[in-house]
Design a protein around this ligand. Structure first.
Ligand code: FE2
Ligand code: FE2
Length: 247
């Protein structure tokens, strides 16, 4: 039996909870933002709408080749959650009376980079992206100056917390037989990428963060702390412990 059964069950149960959470958002409400905040969130949501829209076929193909069909099924369900996030950001854009973007260089560059890599490296990049963005979703959930934005921020933050745990569970397996010296090198490379990813996030989403009352510079530090905690959990913890979904 695969140790990822628990994750398939989690994602299946979570999908049932989504409808109720989405129904609690009053999408018909008029936006309560001033023009400046509206522009900030439009720019920010356009990037997230694109970033979460991939079909994951490359990633899922690599997972299938790695030979644990239960893990691949769980990853497929995670990809579906990301697509729902993209749809939520598109809906958020409609709420703000704006349109999605067709493409953006940060998304195209990230996709191109990921295509060059193996499964473990790609999951590592996933973990970096999610751990540096986690604080943004929480900021949206807790501090966005509009109830619809807070509603779907909360919805996405709830999913993402478990995405991070899911990536960590797989990485613990992936690094089980990796010597400590190689893991040190992995951590250095990840840290450099996380620093860059957090910087791009702060530039792309700085005005939206400010509209939530958060200083972009402070956000960068917070994102790096969140990344370091995730990396520690993925690389340092005894591999006998498989991380399960948060209750
Ligand atoms: Fe997401
Ligand atoms: Fe995610």
């Amino acid at each position: 039996m695969s140790s990822f059964d628990i994750w398939v069950r989690h994602f299946e149960a979570n999908a049932k909870g989504h409808a109720a959470m989405d129904a609690a958002i009053d999408w018909q409400a008029r936006p309560t933002l001033d023009a400046r905040s509206r522009a900030a969130f439009v720019r920010s949501f356009q990037r997230f709408e694109l970033g979460e829209s991939g079909d994951g076929s490359h990633l899922l193909g690599m997972a299938a080749a790695a030979g644990d069909p239960v893990y691949t099924a769980a990853l497929g369900l995670l990809v579906r959650e990301e697509q729902k996030h993209s749809a939520l950001f598109a809906r958020g854009l409609r709420h703000l009376d704006a349109l999605p973007l067709r493409s953006h260089w940060t998304d195209a560059a990230f996709t191109r980079l990921r295509r060059l890599l193996g499964l473990r490296t790609e999951i590592g990049l996933f973990l970096i992206a999610e751990s540096v963005a986690m604080g943004y979703f929480i900021a949206l959930a807790d501090h966005a100056p509009d109830p619809v934005l807070r509603g779907f921020g909360h919805r996405i933050a709830t999913d993402e917390r478990n995405h991070i745990r899911f990536q960590i569970a797989r990485l613990r397996q992936g690094f089980r037989d990796t010597p400590a010296s190689s893991k040190r090198l992995v951590r250095i490379v990840w840290t450099l990428i996380a620093a860059g990813a957090a910087a791009v996030l702060v530039v792309d989403h700085g005005s939206a963060l400010r509209a939530c009352g958060i200083s972009p510079i402070r956000y960068w530090g917070k994102a790096m702390r969140s990344f370091r905690a995730a990396a520690r959990s993925a690389l340092d913890v005894d591999d006998a412990v498989l991380l399960g979904p948060a209750r």
